[in-house]
Design a protein around this ligand. Structure first.
Ligand SMILES: *[C@@H]1O[C@H](CO)[C@@H](O)[C@H](O)[C@H]1NC(C)=O
Length: 88
């Protein structure tokens, strides 16, 4: 009993670079979001745009260039993604 309590205090005193607070049970990362989004230092998330990898012969260069750019999460998406990916 004392051991588990001691470990909990220890883990709370350590500083992690995650936005997740020490909680039990452990939170699961949303695997679909993990595959698509990556956290950036501002706290928001970035993702690649769809439609750039193939079937591109009929797309104009400016469209392909636009699809190659990164997209960033809106404030609403950021709030949802922080819950979906608590350890990012
Ligand atoms: C166009 O699609 C091919 C595959 O069909 C891909 O290898 C290539 O990288 C694509 N080019 C661009 C500019 O998206």
């Amino acid at each position: 009993m004392f051991l588990t309590l001691g470990l909990r205090v220890l883990s709370l005193s350590r500083t992690f670079s995650t936005s997740a607070v020490a909680s039990f049970p452990k939170l699961k990362t949303h695997q679909g979001a993990k595959k698509r989004w990556k956290a950036i230092s501002s706290g928001a998330f970035k993702r690649a745009k769809a439609g750039h990898s193939h079937l591109n012969v009929s797309k104009r260069p400016d469209r392909k260039n636009r699809l190659s750019q990164l997209a960033y999460s809106s404030p609403t998406q950021t709030a949802i993604l922080k819950k979906a990916m608590p350890y990012s």
